[in-house]
Write a protein that binds this ligand. Structure first.
Ligand code: FAD
Ligand code: SF4
Ligand code: SF4
Length: 482
């Protein structure tokens, strides 16, 4: 083993080629190329095969990273893929969009010793993409039929990860989603330059081919109540994410041209998928030829600024009330946005929007400084007197984060217990809510989080639901009917 591994002192860290900003600004394709075989092998050989692998302990899925890196370095690519997919329902998605700098790679021992992390995410993506290309990704085969039925509300990464494992165990699985396409934020939130849509669609097709039933354009709360679904299925999983957007409170924020981030991103993603979106066509949700200001500092804000650049905005400015070091979004994405021509105004917040009800024309912003830490220990931003400045804007995108919708009210489910933040309360040991046979996973339990955590929760919920269903064998079977 030794001669193939531990090469971090002689082999420099290399990520896959990144397209030049001028080239990538003209389209919505991913910006990183695939690793060629030789590079994946070479980069994997940099791993020092730690006895206590901090990369693995900081991966939410506890992926067996050192072993699949060793197999890759040894050219055992199919085995490496098998191992990587054993703990991850969507390795090629995580390889692309996990904030590795905060998770596996940020905790790699050789990164800490100054040699540059092993490029774990790129190798993970390479293994799965290779597997799809080579036909190593096996069809989903349902286990012997149990006669029990599961309803999953939400076709995002949490719901899809649970659906796969429950179907493998022989349950009837019906996934309900209010959108017309499966994937949740993977399909309509996250732009193609981070995650191309065919990568998501081949995963959902595999589930449909394996007998998972998708009922799209089905909104719980409108087309059924939670009780209706409990009556149809032996167990139900709530995996609906968080979609109540925090609003911008400032004079003029109600003007035409001030739009919510997810409406803006969804219009762009739908257009990329070939849909005709009137609000995009008529310019309401299109940055072409406009000065754009995006308010916020998370992943959503980064996706909006970079989308605006690609739509041909005249200028794109991001206002964030804290500094760069304290922003919630990935620093890798900030660097990408800076390369692509986005201007960042750190420590700045909107004070008012100019224009009239029919059209926003600009943003008056105030400079901030970081004051004393609040109860959580985070420094609170404070306004600096006299620090106002103006930015022209014909499009202002509000990317201030998301909260849960009020499910108790929308779903006529007053008994469903939620936290004071509105997230669904689920037992950490078995993901079950206070309602018998109703489980919950993903953002609706954690609050806005990450894809990798949604996958982890979905997998854990599937295990818990399967145990629950086994304990109910002998109870009358329910098969979902129209
Ligand atoms: P979701 O993906 O939100 O899926 C929930 C599904 O439930 C949706 O399809 C929705 O239509 C459906 N639904 C909701 N209500 C109902 C209802 N009443 N009836 C039927 N269906 C319903 N994370 C990362 O790790 N990396 C990133 O780069 C990243 N970028 C992001 C960019 C943006 C713009 C956003 C908004 C988020 C980003 N995230 C990122 C976070 C990540 O997308 C989420 O944490 C993850 O998708 C949560 O998965 P989920 O399955 O819990 O919910
Ligand atoms: Fe790293 Fe995410 Fe892959 Fe885990 S799932 S190894 S955190 S890229
Ligand atoms: Fe390899 Fe880094 Fe993980 Fe250690 S921490 S096993 S060097 S990838």
């Amino acid at each position: 083993m030794a001669e193939r591994m531990l090469k971090f002192t002689t082999v420099a860290r290399k990520t896959p080629e990144k397209r030049a900003a001028e080239a990538r600004n003209g389209d919505f394709h991913e910006i990183y190329a695939d690793f060629i075989d030789a590079k994946a092998t070479e980069q994997s050989s940099r791993c020092s095969q730690c006895g206590v692998p901090f990369c693995q302990t900081h991966c939410p899925l506890q992926n067996n990273i050192p072993d699949w890196l060793r197999m890759t370095a040894e050219g055992r690519i199919q085995e490496a893929y098998e191992l990587s997919q054993a703990t991850n329902s969507m390795p090629e998605v995580c390889g692309r969009i996990c904030p590795q700098d905060r998770l596996c790679e940020g905790n790699c021992v050789i990164e800490k010793s100054g040699h540059g992390t092993v490029t774990i995410g790129s190798v993970e993506r390479y293994l799965s993409d290779k597997a799809w290309e080579m036909g190593w990704v096996k069809p989903l085969v349902a286990g012997p039929a149990t006669g029990q039925s599961v309803g999953i509300i939400g076709a995002g990464p949490a719901g899809l990860s649970a659906a796969e494992l429950l179907r493998e165990r022989g349950h009837e699985v019906v996934v309900y989603d209010r959108h017309d396409r499966a994937g949740g934020l993977l399909i309509y939130g996250i732009p193609g330059f981070k995650l191309e849509k065919d990568v998501v669609e081949r995963r959902t097709s595999r589930l449909a081919d394996g007998g998972v039933e998708f009922r799209m354009n089905f909104e719980v709360g409108r087309d059924a109540t939670l009780e209706d679904l409990r009556g149809k299925h032996n167990a139900v999983l709530i995996a609906v994410g968080v979609y109540a957007a925090r609003d911008l409170i400032a004079p003029g924020a109600g003007s035409q041209g001030v739009v919510p981030a997810l409406d803006y991103l969804t219009a762009s993603n739908r257009t990329g998928l070939g849909d005709v979106v009137p609000e995009y066509e008529n310019g309401t949700l299109n940055a072409s030829g406009k000065d754009v200001v995006v308010v916020g500092g998370g992943d959503t804000a980064m996706d909006c600024v970079r989308t605006a650049i690609r739509q041909g905005a005249t200028s794109v400015t991001c206002l964030y009330r804290r500094d760069k070091a304290n922003m919630p979004g990935s620093l890798r994405e900030v660097a990408n946005a800076e390369e692509e021509g986005v201007t960042f105004e750190w420590l700045a917040a909107p004070r008012a929007l100019s224009g009239d009800a029919d059209a926003v024309t600009g943003v008056r912003a105030i400079r901030m400084r970081l004051g004393a830490p609040d109860a959580s220990g985070r420094q609170s931003p404070e306004e600096i007197d006299g620090g106002d400045f103006d930015r022209p804007a014909q499009l202002v995108v509000k990317a201030l984060g998301f909260e849960p919708e009020n499910l108790q009210e929308a779903w006529s489910a007053p008994d469903l217990k939620t936290t004071r933040w509105g997230t669904v309360k689920a037992d950490v040991r078995n993901q079950m809510t206070n309602l018998d046979g109703v489980f919950a996973a993903g953002d609706i339990v954690r609050g806005a989080s990450l894809v990798v955590w949604a996958i982890k929760d979905g997998r854990d919920a599937a295990d818990a639901m399967h145990r629950y269903l086994k304990s109910k064998v002998g109870a009358p079977a329910l098969i979902a009917a129209e």
